[in-house]
Design a protein around this ligand. Structure first.
Ligand code: SF4
Length: 61
């Protein structure tokens, strides 16, 4: 699984960075991905963060 964030959609709510700081980080008031290749044991949590993102800015593929 790979994860990315659409910077045009992210509102910087910090939900994903709070729940998965090993994957997401705040930079200039927006979330960025610091680990694009999601470890297998984190895939369920990343999927959950994707589903929970209020801006639907997280993309998994
Ligand atoms: S949960 Fe979504 S809107 Fe909130 S910081 Fe993360 S990517 Fe941005």
């Amino acid at each position: 699984m790979k994860v990315s964030i659409d910077a045009d959609l992210c509102t910087g709510c910090e939900l994903c960075t709070d729940s998965l700081p090993e994957i997401f980080e705040m930079k200039d008031d927006l979330a960025i991905v610091i680990q694009t290749d999601v470890p297998a044991d984190k895939e369920a949590e990343v999927q959950e963060a994707t589903d929970d993102c209020p801006a639907e800015a997280i993309i998994v593929e």
